[in-house]
Design a protein around this ligand. Sequence first.
Ligand SMILES: [Zn+2]
Length: 360
Amino acid sequence: MPTRRSPREREIRAIPKVELHQHVDGSIPLRTSWSLMTRHGLNPVPTLREMRRLLQVQADESGSLLDYLDKFHFPLWITQFYENIQRVTRDIVEEAYGHGVRILELRYSPAIHTFAGLSLRQAIRAVLSGMNGAARRHPDLEVGLIVISMRQHGPHIAKIVARQAIAEAQHLHERTGVVGFDLAGAERGSPPGLFREAYEIARKGGLGVTVHAGEDEGPDRIWEAIDSLGADRIGHGCAAVLDRALLRRLARDRLLVECCITSNRQTRAVRPEDVHPIFTFLEKGIPVAVCTDNTTVSGTDQTRENALLLERLSLSGIEAIHREAAAHSFVRRVPAFTERRGQIAGRPARPRPPRRRSGR
Ligand SMILES: [Zn+2]
């Protein structure tokens, strides 16, 4: 039965969108997880309804980044196998396409998908293969993978993961490849500076680099991501609103902040009484992207996240955000893809001024 949509929802859905921060593990459509779990006899509860509670943040849960990360255990049960990874990725891409996403960067930590014997390379290839499968059906969709290194695995593993990521870099391959490198996991105890060498490998290998920073730690971590790791973009970056010099730096160097409104509320990165930082970023001329983070864990999608902006922005204002974000997508930095015509005509990324070590 077709779902009934309001005219406003249809308008938002129709905007060509740029998704730059979406995790594979947290975005597997509920029905896909359920089908794979029941097929392999892995479902810990008897009904889909109960399973939803385990996979999606609930209104009655306390709310912290650690509670949020708890929702990522079950997806790992099914995503240790090549075909399953392919399948979940394909379904995620299809769902995003249905919400009007035309440039899609998915991100994924290959190291946590090797428990059943896949190599890092196979774990990366499995996602790329799923993305290729879905992209073939939609010539107007551009996709790319950001490889994540988890903070808790430490700086040494990060270097190993970075080397695998550059081996699968987009510019070395005909089809979808790795376009970016990222650092994720609980921020406390693992400052970005520790991962400098891994980021050097990724940058020299031609990847765009982004860092989860300023989500459960302060603005210093964002400075560090920029100055020590050479971040092109910042994931979440909520704490930047506390530091005016940092806001100026983000605007000056055109460093895009990947904003995830619903997720930030759920993890308390943004307090319920506060306006979301995305509006401050926009006022200060900082490029932003509207991102879902984890569609399943957060119970959201691109249509919903954009609808949240209508509180202060017009539809044309929202369209402009996506046009600008296109110019910051790592997919678009890759020569092979710039030739292709996507639906979103973003400006080519501007050359950045040379980095100064002390940008404050
Ligand atoms: Zn994230």
